[in-house]
Design a protein around this ligand. Sequence first.
Ligand code: AKG
Ligand code: FE2
Length: 253
Amino acid sequence: MKQPSLKFVEEKYDDETVKKIVEQFQRDGYAVLPDLFQRESVDPFVEELKEAVHFDGLGYTIPQASPLHVWAAQAPRVRQIITPTLTHTAASALPSLCNTMWLLSTQDLTDQVPGWHKDREPEGMPGNEYHYPIDAFVGFYFDDVTDEKGPLTIMPGSHWDASVTPYTDAPKKKVYCRKEDGILLDQRTWHCGRPRTVPGMRYLVVYAYYLVPVHYGQVHVMPDAQREIWMKQQGRLDQAFWGGIFAPPKEGE
Ligand SMILES: O=C(O)CCC(=O)C(=O)O
Ligand SMILES: [Fe+2]
């Protein structure tokens, strides 16, 4: 396949913008990441997604081998914002893409639109002091989101204040982004999707990022002996121990 049509804004955010985004992320548990893509390139990309989507009998999917699957994950401004989002010690760790999830729905097929939930539990915040999350997600809707298109809805502050839950009167906030934006989310917040109420597909891809301890510019090659062991592991504990976040490729692949 030719290169996907989606084009990135290459220019990095200035320091003031990074500071504002990180402050909002820490306070509210989310922030819109503006202008990640060149706006006029988004619709042609959505046309390519439309071509790639197929119905597997249960729901809509995009083949994992399609270059479209992970293309948007590399937006330079997303890569820039992940490190200060997850640590104040920028020199010590590099951002890495650790999960990709497509959630495709229509007015009539809403199974992939989640109700209120948290993706992560707070990692111990008894005094409501802030702790960095160990990973963060960025969601792309590739659309100018309105009420009819199903905005992400979140409870600001619920990532650090356990008394803020959907079962209280605490405020719920719909997050509207434009097609060239993404939404950075702390997965410890209470949040939900909303179904689209007009014809067409609700596209959402969620990329999760974490920081890997790659110090002093060195990327290590896995020793052959470790690879041999990793390839043979079945259980998730052993797969993660030997290989990190991803399960090993099957032998021969
Ligand atoms: O559908 C949405 O807008 C939210 C999706 C979501 O909660 C998730 O991917 O964890
Ligand atoms: Fe979620």
